[in-house]
Design a protein around this ligand. Structure first.
Ligand code: NAP
Length: 550
C-alpha cells in the first residue's frame, strides 16, 4: 500500500538514512500514524548518495550498526572491520525490508518548505514538486552531511572537462584510464579516494588547501571468532558504548600524557598506530584539552608522514601545522601518504603555491599549469545545518529559520528550536552528533523524540517548543564546553569555516555522548523541563489521573 498524502499523520519524518529508518520503526511501534519522506529512490541517506571509489566508514562495522534489535544483529554479518559503502547501504536497506518500512515511505520527494499553522497545530510540508503532506509533528532526520559544498573557485565555470562532486558520483563505473584527473580536497573523502584514483588515472593532481592528519585503517576481514563474540555479547557491548564519550568502544587511555613516562608514551602511540584506525587518538585523556599532549601526538603523526613519503619536500607539504590534531576530523585511509610516491601523482599545496584559476583544460597556479580532463570536488558539505536550512522553515513569529540562525544555529539539546513548535531535529546542532558514533546517536535521539511525542499525546498537549531561556542557557553551555577544549583552534566544518559566508560557531556538543544522553533523559523525567508545553491538559484522561494523584 502506498503512502496516502491526504491523511493527517501524527508524525512525518523527513529523510530515511540510519535515523529515518529507525525512527519510522520506533514511531510505528509507539502506535503513531507515521510516514517518512525521502528525496532519493531508496533508504540509506548519505550511504545512498555517496558512492565514490574507496568510500568506507571509519567506525568499526560491528559498532556502526543499529543497537536496538538483536534480530538484525544476529542475521547480518559484516564482512570487514571498515565496511564499504555498498555493504552499509545494503544493511540499511535490509533493515528497512525486515521491518517492512518501505510502504510508509514516499520516495523521490524532496521537501522544500514546512509551515506550521498556529490555529490547527498542524504542519504542512510541501515538496519541490508541489505535493503536500500534513502532520502534528515533524522530525527532521535530514542528516549532518548531506548538502554538498560546491565552492566557487575562480574559473570553474570555464572548465570544459567533466566535474564530479564526491557526493554525486555517477552510478556505474567512471572510466578514468588515460585521463588526467584532479582532486580538490584532502578531507576524509579525498584521503579515501586519492589512492584508488591514482591507480586508475593516467595522472592525478591533488589540490590541498589544508593538509589532513591521516591514519592507516588497517582494514581486514572479520574472522568468525570476532563475529561470534559480538553475537554472544551484543547487548552488553552496545550498552557499554553508550557510556563512553564518543559512543564507540575505543581503548580510551585514562591518563593525561604528563602522567605517563616519556618512553611509554611513544611506545603506546606506536602500539595504537599498528592497531590502526583512530586508536592513536585515544591514548591520552587530555588530547583535546592540553596543547602539550596534542603536540606530542601531532609530532608523532607528522613523523609517520616523513617515514611514508620518499620526497622530503612533498612530505613537508603534507604535514599539518595549522591546527591541533583531532580538531578537524582525523582521516582514516589506506596507502594515503604512500600514494604521493607514485610517478603519476602531483601535489598542489595551496599554502606554498597560489591557485590562479581553473581554465578550460586544467588548473593554473603561480608555479605552472596542470592539465585536467576530470575535476573531482572532494570539498565536503554544508555540514550540520545545511540540510535543515535547505528547507524553508518559518517560526511562529513569521521569521525564517535561515534568518533566525543568521549568527549560527541555536537549539535546545539539539532537538528543539525556540519559536518552532512540534518540530524536532535529529542530531541537531548542540548535540554530540558528528562528534559521536552517528548510528548510536540517531537511535538515541529517535527514542527520546518518540518518548516525548508519546508524553504529549497521552496528555493531550497540543504543542511543545524550546523555551528561549533554556535554549540560550544550553547553547551557552555548548560553547563553554567547547571553549575548555582546543576545538575552536581549527577552521573546521564543525565550525562552518569551510563554507563561504557561513556563520562560524562550533556546532557539536563535545561534553560526551554519555553526559549528553543522561541529561536528555533527566529532562524527560522532569516533564520535559526547558520546553514550553501548551494545550488543554485537563481534557486528557491520563493528565486528569496524574493531577488527581499529585
Ligand atoms: P571535508 O572534511 O570538509 O574536506 C573537504 C576538503 O576540501 C578539505 O580539504 C577542504 O580544505 C577542501 N576545500 C573545501 N573548499 C575548498 C576550496 N574552495 N578550495 C580548496 N580546497 C577546498 O569534507 P569530506 O572529506 O567530504 O568529509 C566530511 C566529513 O564527512 C568527514 O569529516 C567525516 O565526518 C565524514 N566522512 C566520513 C567518512 C568515513 O567514514 N570514512 C568518509 C567521508 C566523509 P580545508 O580543510 O582547508 O577546508
Amino acid at each position: 500500500m502506498a503512502v496516502n498524502t491526504d491523511e493527517l499523520y501524527d508524525v512525518i519524518i523527513v529523510g530515511t538514512g540510519f535515523a529515518g529508518v529507525y525512527g519510522l520503526h520506533k514511531m510505528r511501534e509507539s502506535g503513531f500514524r507515521v510516514m517518512a519522506v525521502e528525496a532519493g529512490d531508496s533508504v540509506g541517506g548519505c550511504w545512498y548518495w555517496n558512492r565514490y571509489p574507496g568510500l568506507r566508514c571509519d567506525v568499526d562495522s560491528l559498532e556502526y550498526a543499529y543497537a536496538f534489535s538483536d534480530e538484525l544483529q544476529q542475521e547480518w554479518r559484516w564482512s570487514e572491520r571498515y565496511a564499504p559503502q555498498s555493504e552499509i547501504l545494503g544493511y540499511i536497506q535490509f533493515a528497512a525490508r525486515k521491518l517492512d518500512l518501505e510502504k510508509d515511505i514516499l520516495f523521490n520527494t524532496r521537501i522544500a518548505s514546512a509551515r506550521f499553522d498556529n490555529g490547527s497545530g498542524i504542519w504542512t510540508l510541501t515538496s519541490e514538486n508541489g505535493d503536500t503532506m500534513r502532520a502534528h509533528y515533524v522530525v527532521m532526520a535530514t542528516g549532518c552531511l548531506s548538502i554538498p559544498n560546491k565552492p566557487d573557485i575562480p574559473g570553474i565555470g570555464d572548465f570544459e572537462g567533466e566535474i564530479v562532486h564526491s557526493v554525486q558520483w555517477p552510478e556505474g563505473h567512471l572510466d578514468l584510464a588515460d585521463k588526467n584527473v584532479a582532486v580538490i580536497g584532502t578531507g576524509s573523502t579525498g584521503v579515501q579516494m586519492i589512492p584508488l584514483l591514482a591507480r586508475e588515472a593516467k595522472h592525478l593532481t591533488v589540490v590541498q588547501r589544508t593538509p589532513a592528519f591521516a591514519v592507516p585503517a588497517r582494514n581486514q576481514p572479520w574472522n568468525d571468532a570476532r563475529i561470534e563474540y559480538w553475537r554472544q555479547n551484543f547487548r552488553e557491548l552496545r550498552e557499554a558504548a553508550k557510556n563512553t564519550r564518543a559512543g564507540v568502544l575505543h581503548e580510551y587511555g585514562l591518563l593525561p600524557s604528563a602522567a605517563v613516562r616519556p618512553e611509554d608514551r611513544i611506545a603506546d602511540l606506536e602500539r595504537r598506530w599498528i592497531k590502526g584506525g583512530p586508536n592513536v587518538l585515544y591514548g591520552f585523556s587530555d588530547l583535546l584539552v592540553n596543547e602539550e599532549t596534542n603536540n606530542l601526538v601531532s609530532d608523532f603523526l607528522r613523523g609517520k608522514i616523513a617515514d611514508a613519503v620518499d620526497n622530503p619536500e612533498t612530505a613537508k607539504k603534507l604535514m599539518p601545522y595549522e591546527y591541533p590534531v583531532g580538531t578537524k576530523r582525523v582521516c582514516v585511509g589506506t596507502d594515503y601518504y604512500e600514494t604521493y610516491n607514485r610517478d603519476n601523482v602531483s601535489l598542489i599545496d595551496l599554502r606554498t603555491e597560489k591557485l590562479q584559476q581553473i581554465e578550460k583544460d586544467g588548473i593554473r597556479t603561480d608555479a605552472g599549469f596542470y592539465p585536467v580532463d576530470v575535476l573531482v570536488m572532494a570539498t565536503g558539505y554544508d555540514a550540520i545545518t545545511g540540510a535543515l536550512l535547505a528547507i524553508d522553515i518559518t517560526t511562529t513569529a513569521g521569521k525564517s529559520l535561515r534568518e533566525e540562525w543568521g549568527k549560527g544555529p541555536e537549539t535546545y539539546m539539539g532537538y528543539g528550536i525556540a519559536g518552532i513548535p512540534n518540530l524536532f531535529a535529529v542530531t541537531g546542532p548542540g548535540s554530540p552528533s558528528v562528534f559521536s558514533n552517528m548510528v548510536l546517536s540517531v537511535e538515541h535521539d529517535m527514542d527520546w523524540i518518540s518518548a516525548c511525542i508519546a508524553h504529549l499525546k497521552e496528555r493531550d498537549f497540543a504543542t511543545i517548543e524550546a523555551d528561549p531561556a533554556a535554549q540560550a542557557a544550553w547553547m551557552e553551555h555548548v560553547d563553554a564546553v567547547a571553549s575548555l577544549t582546543l576545538v575552536n583552534k581549527a577552521a573546521s566544518w564543525y565550525r562552518g569555516a569551510n563554507v563561504e559566508g557561513k556563520p562560524q560557531k562550533f556546532m557539536p556538543y563535545v561534553g560526551g555522548v554519555n553526559t549528553y544522553q543522561k541529561r536528555c533523559w533527566e529532562i524527560a523525567r522532569n516533564g520535559y523541563e526547558g520546553f514550553l508545553i501548551n494545550g488543554k491538559p485537563e481534557t486528557s484522561p491520563a493528565r486528569k489521573e496524574e493531577m488527581a494523584h499529585s
